[in-house]
Design a protein around this ligand. Structure first.
Ligand code: UDP
Length: 311
């Protein structure tokens, strides 16, 4: 009998790539999504596959899934700064109530549970690069607090179910990720810069662009998450690409690779925007034997090709 995985947020950017990876690994997938930020176009190529089923449901409400479930991967959540500014209550609810419901189902089914956490649990970090044992520097009442605290709560809830109910759990802390199917207008730097470059608009760098990020190509990220799911590691694991770049350099890179005539304009830096971010991936390297393989130039080219078909 094939194993069965439930992917919440299965119609999202990461969720849809994860569904593909699980199906390719001979696991049947139930994708669950309320389509608030996810989209059926991300999974339409999977509809009709006998190992794939889609259920439209809001996971902050009781989740009922008939039959066996071996893995639950909780990926439902708005995940870009613009999204969680627009959807603060939904973001808090899916990280708290949604995680509770998904863990309750995992307990009921005896399923392994993996929570998609985030580098945002480190907030505006005072330790660089960020290791998993760093507790973070988060402003609970700032605009990003709704996401950061929801994910911190989700991690705490996951460990609560692990320790008290013996649920078999995994925590992945996902750093900035990009690739095909990323929403063009989710407000993040990468889709913004690529869309602006391809349509000849100004490239909007926030602040002076000296803040840094480290971008991981989606295939690498999904590979790391799958390895974590199949490992025995119950402590949080950073998955991301440690290759760090300033946002200004990144904008210049997008301009060079696309060959656009667009130029950079500067806008206000959003409140609490982290000044630096780079994953320390020693734990993933050691325990999962994982590290990213796709460099930014190649990943960007693949992403730009995908964006061209959608703009
Ligand atoms: N950013 C930018 N221009 C944009 C969108 C974002 O300069 O049009 C900056 C943003 O202020 C942040 C970095 O790019 O410093 C990465 O932002 P993103 O929204 O991708 O995600 P974050 O890493 O902040 O969660």
């Amino acid at each position: 009998m094939k194993k069965v995985a439930l992917v919440t947020g299965g119609a999202g950017f990461l969720g849809s790539h994860l569904c593909e990876k699980l199906i390719a690994s001979d696991i049947s997938v139930i994708a669950m999504d309320n389509l608030l930020t996810g989209s059926m176009t991300n999974i339409e190529h999977l509809i009709g596959n006998e190992n794939f089923k889609f259920v439209k449901h809001d996971v902050t409400e009781f989740i009922h899934v008939p039959g066996r479930v071996d893995y639950i991967l909780h990926f439902a959540s708005p995940a870009s700064p613009i999204d969680y500014l627009k959807l603060p209550i939904q973001t808090l609810k899916v990280g708290s109530l949604g995680t509770h419901k998904a863990l309750g189902l995992a307990k009921e089914k005896g399923a392994r549970f993996l929570i998609a956490s985030t580098s945002e649990v480190y907030g505006d970090p005072e330790i660089h690069p960020q290791k998993e044992d760093y507790w973070g520097n988060v402003n609970p009442v700032g605009p990003r607090g709704v996401y950061d605290e929801a994910k911190r709560f989700a991690e705490a809830m996951t460990m609560g179910y692990h320790r008290f109910h013996n649920v078999d759990t995994r925590i992945v802390r996902i750093f900035n990720t990009y690739g095909p199917r990323m929403r063009l207008n989710d407000g993040r730097a990468l889709p913004a810069f690529v869309s602006q470059a391809l349509s000849g608009e100004d490239i909007t760098v926030f602040g002076d662009g000296s803040q840094t990020r480290s971008f991981c190509y989606v295939d690498d990220l999904i590979d790391g998450i799958y390895k974590l799911l199949m490992s025995n590691e119950t402590e949080p694991v950073n998955i991301g690409n440690p290759n760090e770049i300033t946002i200004k350099q990144f904008a210049e890179e997008v301009i060079r690779i696309t060959g656009t005539t667009s130029t950079i304009i500067y806008k206000d830096l959003p409140q609490d925007d982290p000044k630096v971010r780079q994953p320390d991936i020693t734990r993933a390297r050691t325990i999962l034997n994982w590290e990213p393989k796709v460099d930014r130039e190649e990943g960007l080219n693949r992403t730009i090709d995908n964006f061209k078909t959608r703009i």
